[in-house]
Design a protein around this ligand. Structure first.
Ligand code: ARG
Length: 583
């Protein structure tokens, strides 16, 4: 039972007792906390349908509600809004029942949904850069949110590991070391270690990719080696495998730093055989149409929607396309996991591509019963609203972006803003957690469809809507409980002070915040909730003495602190923030 449910039940009972049974109560937390904690808006809708005076309906329901000592005041205003103020002692007494069950009153509703989360998805020819943060960060947060809500989720990192960039890498290596056995069509044994280092990877692809703009011959060779790689050329496969392993190992390190852990690493290469089979079957049964040399799936125009361009499955030289790999991957996921939903954490520039893929999957009956969602998030940029660049103008590696945030936190420690009394070793460990959390929180606090502006100096501040502010407040709660002592779970909470009351009401809204964030796949709703919770806690901490209060008040305030910690820590876990012990 949540407080919102309780109010809804009381409102429904009052409507029925007043003779308006079956009316929708439309209760919600009040917009006007000065006159009420909750408001009932249902009288207007009900009066409209039944052609009565809404004021009469509201007044009659209010008269019923006034009989309940649970409410300190019941008023009617405007055309028929009912405002409810809950009695302080009733509000406090509910705490053990509501906050002590489930996770601060949140309990998953309904049967679990089976979900596949497609997130991360970097192309392996490049190192992870700043632009790779949002897909992973949002995907991980929503994955954790769905798990918190009781769903069964598999997270897959779908790598771009099979297209032309692979041919470019092969050609780049060939130019440097033409005599290596990889390039000998008859060779069967290959060097154990790759002929390049992790650092080489940083410049190799950008250089090769710049070169094809002017060097048509190089481009033709790269195309040809891509084709041979896909067809199974032993040397190219061996080189590609070494390249992939090195890239994945380096990516894993960065994702680890961010606390992002994929259940499965897969990619376009793993979909290749299945895509070939699908294409062959679809050519046979007439699903594919020949169009200007390419084989396509024309999409049915849904009645109201503008028709989408066709999906190209085989390009004009017979190669498997990006869309074909996505379709084959959907088929594999349907077989392997039987999911209800596949969620893609992919940016808005690929919205059309994914819409086409989803429509083609539905139209061809590839994954019956599976529905599809895509986040379509905005771009990530620095304070100047431009993509992050290194000093010499290259794209900024994700590790460098993380380092920048960590160093900014470190500077705040050196300036004595936080971390006083920590040893140097502790400082380094705490700065890493706080810096990473600052980045992640900043990437989650705003609606994901908007562009994400990361002003490193701002997002590491300990005041405001920042990760460090949330962490600092959680550390403060832990310190209170450590120093003053923990409270028993059955301890009632009191509303002796307005700050206590406000904090308690915010806590009772925790299940509603989780539910709304879950239903909308909107981590920003939880980020916003935990920010307000932290603000309410800090006001309470400032205004309500704990250690020096009388025994009953102290116990009540410790209990309130404990519930707040539980709610805040739950949100921190969902958002993937790393809470240090001290800071
Ligand atoms: N590798 C792609 C890119 O870097 C993103 C992959 C998105 N996921 C997908 N299933 N298509 O643009």
């Amino acid at each position: 039972m949540t407080l919102s449910d309780l109010i809804k039940d009381k409102a429904a009972a009052a409507f029925t007792a007043a003779g308006f049974g079956g009316a929708e109560t439309l209760t919600r937390p009040s917009d006007r906390p000065d006159i009420g904690d909750y408001q009932i808006n249902g009288a207007l809708a009900y009066a409209k349908v039944t052609k009565q005076n809404p004021r009469v309906v509201a007044d009659a329901a209010a008269a019923e509600l006034r009989k309940d000592a649970f409410f300190a005041s019941v008023s009617v205003d405007g055309p028929g809004f009912v405002n409810l103020k809950i009695a302080d002692d009733a509000l406090g007494k509910l705490a053990p029942e509501i906050l002590g069950s489930g996770t601060c009153g949140y309990a998953p509703a309904g049967a679990p949904t089976k979900i596949v989360m497609d997130y991360g998805g970097p192309n392996v020819a490049k190192i992870l850069h700043a632009g790779h943060l949002p897909s992973a960060n949002l995907g991980e947060a929503v994955l954790r949110l769905c798990r918190f809500a009781g769903d069964v989720v598999v997270g897959e990192n779908y790598l771009g590991d099979w297209g032309r960039p692979m041919g470019l890498m092969i050609e780049a290596v060939r130019e440097k070391y033409p005599d290596l056995p990889y390039f000998d069509a008859k060779a069967t044994a290959f060097p154990k270690h790759p002929p390049f280092t992790n650092d080489d990877l940083i410049d190799m692809y950008p250089a090769a990719s710049a070169r094809i703009k002017t060097d048509a011959d190089f481009l033709a060779r790269a195309r040809e080696s891509t084709r041979l790689l896909q067809e199974g050329h032993a040397g190219y496969r061996a080189l590609w495998r070494q390249f992939l392993d090195m890239s994945v190992a380096s990516m894993k390190k960065t994702y680890d730093r961010l606390g992002i852990r994929f259940d499965v690493w897969t990619g376009e290469s793993a979909a290749y055989d299945r895509a070939l089979q699908l294409a062959a079957a679809w050519r046979k049964d007439g699903t594919l149409k020949l169009d200007d040399g390419a084989w396509i799936i024309p999409l049915d125009a849904a009645a109201s929607d503008a028709p989408l361009p066709p999906v190209i499955v085989l390009n004009s030289v017979g190669g498997i396309t990006y869309a074909a790999s996505d379709l084959a991957t959907i088929a594999r996921r349907a077989d392997q996991y039987h999911p209800d939903i596949i969620i893609y954490s992919v940016d808005a520039r690929q919205s059309l591509h994914l819409k086409q893929v989803f429509d083609a999957a539905r139209q061809t009956g590839l994954a019956p019963g599976v529905s599809f969602e895509n986040f379509a998030f905005g771009a990530v940029c620095g304070a100047d609203r431009k993509p992050f660049k290194t000093r010499d103008g290259g794209v900024m590696p994700l590790d460098t972006l993380i380092d920048t945030a960590v160093q900014s936190v470190k500077a705040r420690m050196d300036a004595g803003e936080i971390g006083r009394g920590l040893t140097d070793a502790e400082k380094a460990a705490v700065a890493e957690k706080v810096g990473v959390s600052a980045l992640k929180f900043a990437g989650l606090i705003n609606d994901k469809t908007k562009d994400c502006v990361l002003d490193i100096d701002k997002i590491t501040q300990v005041e405001g809507r920042t990760g460090p502010y949330i962490l600092y407040t959680i550390v403060r709660m832990k310190a209170v409980l450590d120093k003053v002592g923990a409270a028993g779970d059955k301890t009632p909470v009191m509303c002796a002070h307005p700050a206590e009351r406000a904090l308690l009401l915010r806590l009772y809204a925790f299940p509603d915040a989780v539910q709304a964030a879950y239903a909308n796949r909107a981590p920003h709703m939880l980020a916003d909730y935990v920010f307000k919770l932290a603000q309410d806690f800090n006001l309470f901490y400032h205004d309500c003495p704990i250690r020096d209060a009388g025994a009953r008040t102290r116990a009540a305030r410790l209990a309130l602190t404990q519930y707040t910690l539980r709610a805040a820590q739950s949100v921190a876990d969902i958002l993937g923030l790393m809470v240090p012990d001290k800071m």
